[in-house]
Design a protein around this ligand. Structure first.
Ligand code: BG6
Length: 471
């Protein structure tokens, strides 16, 4: 009986601009790093946008958002997480003036949400640095990005100060370790990128994130700003002490980002890492002071857990969400090889809460699967996605358990509440939504929307504040 979700729990769904909006060159938008990445996060990039890049049209959310927000409202969403495409506001990133049409689009989108009492939850940078910043500055390697980011956040915080209360700075900020181009707009080849430059870029992002927190609170003291971490907890593969220490080490690689955001300073253990790798972080006067602007809450994505081992022979890499480790022999995997571990979410929530005692927000969780569109007995097109219902139910039961454990959880937004283009592989056949979008990877499809079975299931979960979940 662990279903006591608190009153005011923020139930909802999440998307990112580059994976759903389309309209990649409309109304003054500049190109972003995504527009030349037709094969996803780890794939090659092209000189120019190419037609086979599914994100250029996405699910045409840019033109259909009213219909989609109406469906979210029908499910009873309390919140909707989306991101602002930086290159809609500053087409080149370093422009003097913002693009009014881009600003207007988000005004309209947020108004549409508010019309139904849906609270926007906005990611400021979700894997889509303006391409000119990547090409001309090498992205976050260059300290100048801090200033450009400052201009950007100042504009959007002022513009939406009465419409948006919840903000996230960088999506999955720790993913820059594995995907420097997509996550950090770093144009230099991953293989050629030195650790020195990578960690310097991270420093710039951390300073920029802290500056954003400061600016946000100055513009509207009611704003709540969170960091966003890619959450993949590491279990020791065996009880061998070396494996246990390896798991601690791997967790720290990710938690260091949260440590800085929450504690306002670099953790001590990074000194050893920097020394061992000959990294010298160039701090400018005032940086340490800026980092003290800590976040109001911690948000994270959770799809899977992973295992860590010190045994070189066993260090076989499993499939996974950007970060991957050794497969866990006790768990099954999704069609894309991501291991399914609902209890890992309870573990992660407890781990973060024990460490920080700050409110937590699960801003991504879900199952990417191949769906089959069928016609039901009433003649409606739908998908019988019992597998998705089971995945979400089981994870939410564990969120309930964590709440019983005493963890402060602000809300839960499922990833891809409407089908969208996948980030890692840029496919549409990897579907997460409660709403099916008729678009296929060969470019065919009407873009019509259809409710899946999970649509009514989630509506009931929200209406009962989690009481309808099945243990
Ligand atoms: C997270 C990202 O890593 O996982 C999202 O923040 C992404 O952008 C999600 O879509 C699911 O990953 P994928 O590769 O299945 O789309």
């Amino acid at each position: 009986m662990a279903k006591n979700f608190p009153d005011g729990f923020l139930w909802g769904g999440a998307v990112a601009a580059n994976q759903c909006e389309g309209a990649y060159n409309e109304d003054g938008k500049g190109l972003s790093t995504q527009d030349i990445a037709p094969r996803g996060i780890m794939g090659p990039i092209t000189e120019e946008p190419t037609e086979d890049n599914m994100k250029l049209i996405g699910i045409d959310f840019y033109h259909r958002y009213k219909e989609d927000v109406k469906l979210f409202a029908e499910m009873g969403f309390k919140t909707f997480r989306t991101s602002i495409a930086w290159s809609r506001i500053f087409p080149n990133g370093d422009d003097k003036e913002p693009n009014e049409k881009g600003l207007q689009f988000y005004d309209d989108l947020f108004d549409e949400c508010l019309k139904y009492g849906i609270e926007p939850l906005v990611t400021i940078s979700h894997y889509e640095t303006p391409l000119a910043l990547a090409k001309n500055y090498d992205g976050w390697v260059n300290r100048k990005l801090i200033g450009f980011f400052e201009n950007y956040v100042t504009i959007i915080f002022n513009r939406y100060k009465d419409k948006v209360k919840y903000w996230l700075t960088f999506n999955e900020i720790n993913s820059v370790l594995h995907a420097p181009y997509m996550s950090g707009g770093i144009f230099t080849d991953k293989e050629k990128l030195s650790k020195q430059d990578l960690y310097q870029a991270i420093h710039h992002e951390l300073v920029a994130s802290a500056k954003a927190v400061k600016i946000a609170h100055e513009i509207n003291p009611e704003f709540k700003v969170g960091c966003m971490i890619l959450g993949v907890p590491n279990y020791p593969l065996t009880s061998h002490p070396s494996d246990v220490l390896e798991a601690v080490k791997q967790d720290r690689e990710n938690l260091y980002f949260a440590d800085v955001h929450v504690r306002g300073a670099y953790p001590k253990y990074m000194d050893r890492y920097f020394k061992a790798n000959n990294i010298k972080i160039q701090m400018e006067p005032g940086d340490e002071e800026i980092l003290k602007n800590t976040v109001d809450f911690i948000s994270f994505s959770y799809y899977m857990s992973s295992c860590a081992t010190a045994d070189e022979e066993k260090k076989k890499t499993g499939a996974g969400n950007i970060i991957s480790g050794v497969p866990n022999p006790y768990l099954e995997a999704s069609e894309w090889g991501w291991q399914i571990d609902p209890q890992g979410l309870r573990y992660m929530l407890n781990l973060l809460y024990d460490r920080y005692q700050k409110p937590l927000f699960i801003v991504e969780n879900g199952l990417g699967a191949k769906d089959e569109l069928i016609v039901d007995e009433k003649g409606n097109k739908t998908v019988i996605d019992d597998y998705r219902i089971k995945y979400l139910n089981d994870h939410l039961v564990q969120v309930g358990e964590a709440i019983e454990d005493g963890v402060e959880v602000m809300g839960y937004t499922t990833w891809g509440c409407i089908d969208l283009v996948s980030a890692s592989t840029a496919e549409l056949r990897k579907r997460y939504g409660f709403i099916y979008v008729d678009r296929n990877d060969d470019g065919t499809g009407t873009l019509e929307r259809y409710k899946k079975k999970s649509f009514d299931w989630y509506k009931e979960v929200i209406a009962t504040n989690g009481k309808s979940l099945v243990e």
